[in-house]
Design a protein around this ligand. Structure first.
Ligand code: PLP
Length: 401
């Protein structure tokens, strides 16, 4: 029966994490996985999440009934408003639908499954992108998945001219995936004027935008600023998909809490799309999980709790920015060969250091520093106690190679 089954290749990120766990060195550093850590290197349950969690668990009305196929309505409505903006024309004219998903990954997959059924076109992904994007679209059955240039290794910034030229050459109606903010893995986002330029070409070429938003609030500390790209496209009249994740900005990694929001031309179309998304949910997950959605819903719908959340978000974004500054200063003090400005120019959870694969393997072997072979560093893994050691390790590896 299973004669033809071979061992699947390990997931690069989870594989690095398990090697890190096995490492017995006292100075080991984990900058592989994208999960927030405190300055003590510990996971952080946001105080507002802890508070609401207790409220939910202690509520006499708590039950474990199924949610509807499209999830918890107070959660999905609030999610759509969070990403599109309360005063978005799409919200005011009720021409959207929002369906709960298994976190951000599930939202991308739900969107891909939907597009495969109703808009089976070429998909363009940024190069580089989150490693899972390619596999998700492949598994959803897309046969033409291409890349568009995004990152310029020379400038360690956005390759805007090449990106725009590529958009102009795409087939009409193609699907173009964007990271709404805090691009993973590069930490490089288009500036507002660059998003404007991108939207203009997308409109001329009738291209379809699919935003993946896994870091709203994490990039800049401002929820509105990090949603600018999506809102700009909506203002320009696009129909679009947005996959939202609450893993990072609520620290709800294991609760698998996410939402797929779709902006449509009319309320009737939005309702049709909603029912199709429900139909997909029904066969894949039947109904979404409630606990994370209940937490997020309570926070997003209560002004006081919302304020507490925003302050924690700012704290997380601020700590990451501080780590960027400290790492940069350490490398400058050491006189490490190369230009390191990108560490403070890039934003969000990740820095694309520019270290080569060889250097990434060497830093793991010699210094017990775990990062992906692409040179991506999760800044959340750094803290005031290990940043000096980390900078020294980079310095030595750069000088050795
Ligand atoms: N999309 C991007 C760009 C990401 O970086 C991530 C997480 O690393 C996700 C989606 C999915 O996150 P999750 O499924 O954990 O919410």
């Amino acid at each position: 029966m299973f004669e033809n089954v071979t061992v699947a290749p390990p997931d690069p990120i989870f594989n690095i994490f398990s090697s890190y766990l096995k490492d017995e060195s006292a100075t080991k550093v984990n900058v592989g996985i994208g999960a927030y850590r405190t300055d003590e290197g510990k996971p952080w349950v946001l105080p507002v999440v802890r508070k609401v969690e207790n409220m939910i668990v202690n509520s006499p009305d708590l039950d474990h009934e199924y949610l509807p196929l499209d999830g918890l309505k107070s959660f999905t409505d609030a999610s759509a408003k969070l990403i599109l903006g309360t005063n978005s024309p799409v919200i005011l004219e009720k021409r959207y639908c929002a369906v709960q998903s298994i976190s951000g990954t599930g939202a991308v997959r739900l969107g891909a499954d939907f597009l495969k059924r109703f808009h089976d076109k070429t998909v363009y992904l940024p190069n580089p992108t989150w490693a899972n994007h390619q596999s998700i679209f492949e598994d959803a059955g897309f046969t033409e998945i291409l890349e568009y240039p995004y990152y310029n290794p020379k400038t360690k910034g956005l390759d805007i001219n090449n990106l725009c030229d590529n958009l102009k050459a795409m087939k009409e109606n193609s699907i173009v995936l964007f990271h709404a903010c805090a691009h993973n893995p590069t930490g490089v986002d288009p500036k507002e004027e660059e998003w404007t330029q991108i939207a203009k070409i997308m409109k001329e070429k009738k291209l379809f935008p699919f935003f993946d938003c896994a870091y709203q609030g994490f990039a800049s500390g401002s929820l509105d600023k990090d949603a600018w790209s999506v809102r700009h496209f909506v203002e320009q009249g696009f129909e679009l998909l947005v996959a939202q994740s609450y893993s990072k900005n609520f620290g709800l990694y294991s609760e698998r809490c996410g939402c797929l929001t779709v902006a449509c031309q009319t309320p009737a179309k939005a309702e049709a799309v909603r029912t199709q998304l429900c139909k997909i949910n029904r066969t894949v997950i039947s109904t979404p999980p409630a606990f994370g959605a209940r937490i997020v819903s309570k926070v997003l719908n209560d002004p006081e709790l919302y304020k507490e959340w925003v302050s924690s978000l700012k704290e997380m974004a601020g700590r990451i920015k501080l780590m960027r500054r400290m790492l940069f200063d350490e490398l400058i003090n050491l006189g490490t060969p190369g230009n390191w400005n990108h560490i403070i120019d890039q934003i969000g959870m990740f820095t694309y250091t520019g270290l080569t694969k060889e250097q990434c393997l060497l830093i793991r072997d010699k210094f017990h520093v775990y990062m992906t072979e692409s040179g991506r560093v999760s800044m959340a893994g750094l803290n005031t106690k290990n940043v000096k050691y980390f900078a020294n390790s980079i310095d030595q590896v750069v000088r050795m190679t």
